[in-house]
Ligand binder design. Structure first.
Ligand code: ZN
Length: 236
């Protein structure tokens, strides 16, 4: 390979390395957000468990209070029945007391079911909490890995950028300018090289077939470009 080509190739290798590192660095915050969202979902599902436990406990307590009130009301009413003199009023009072007993019994049955439900619900809370804490620890671990990767890649990028300066200084200015103009084009993917070899008589960038004479000249060391994409060609 010609010396000029080796020098430009060294610059390009570093440019591609920098482009790859930059792309990876850009992806890190996206990944961090994914980790945070996944933890937020765990928090949500824990809160749902907590809410259903609270609802079951409240229901049980409400039934207990309603039961106590029924018993107290019945006792009050019983005291009043002692003062009743008329037969028909007494019959109504007895019917009402019977209804109190039916209601109290129904309430007791409902309380038993509600207590069971509340206990069952409460048992789901510790494993849900453990799962949440595990998710938090895992999320923090993953975020710490991302931070380490971020630091390492920034160091690597700074090093490559420094090396790139030195490598670029060794390239003939006109050639470097031509190459940088190509790399600078906004629509081009920074990971795809502009300085390419001739591969099976085709341009190494756009893969369009090249005229045989051009292939020959490039292999002899001539500095030519692809008519289709503008890539600078070199012979191996
Ligand atoms: Zn091309």
């Amino acid at each position: 390979m010609q010396e000029w080509a080796e020098k430009l190739l060294a610059v390009q290798k570093l440019d591609l390395q920098c482009a790859e590192l930059t792309a990876k660095l850009t992806a890190l915050p996206v990944r961090a957000k994914e980790i945070q969202s996944s933890y937020a979902l765990e928090v949500q599902s824990y809160k749902a468990v907590e809410a259903s436990v609270n609802a079951a406990v409240s229901k049980s307590k409400a039934l207990e209070a309603a039961g106590a009130k029924l018993v107290a009301d019945k006792q009050d009413f019983q005291k009043k029945t002692a003062l009743i003199k008329k037969n028909d009023e007494y019959r109504d009072a007895m019917a009402r007391l019977e209804q109190y007993d039916v209601d109290i019994h129904a309430n007791e049955e409902a309380q038993i079911v509600a207590i069971d439900e509340a206990e069952a619900a409460q048992k789901t809370l510790p494993p849900a909490k453990a799962k949440l804490e595990q998710a938090k620890a895992e999320g923090n671990r993953q975020l710490a890995v991302l931070r380490e990767q971020d630091t390492a890649m920034r160091d690597e990028l700074a090093k490559a950028q420094g090396e790139r300066k030195t490598a670029a200084a060794a390239v003939e200015p006109a050639l470097l300018a031509q190459y940088e103009q190509l790399r600078g084009s906004r629509t081009a993917n920074p990971m795809v090289p502009w300085f390419v070899t001739v591969d099976n008589d085709a341009c190494g960038r756009c893969h369009r077939q090249l005229p045989p004479q051009k292939c020959l000249d490039v292999r002899k060391g001539a500095r030519l470009t692809c008519d289709n994409c503008g890539a600078i060609l070199y012979g191996e």
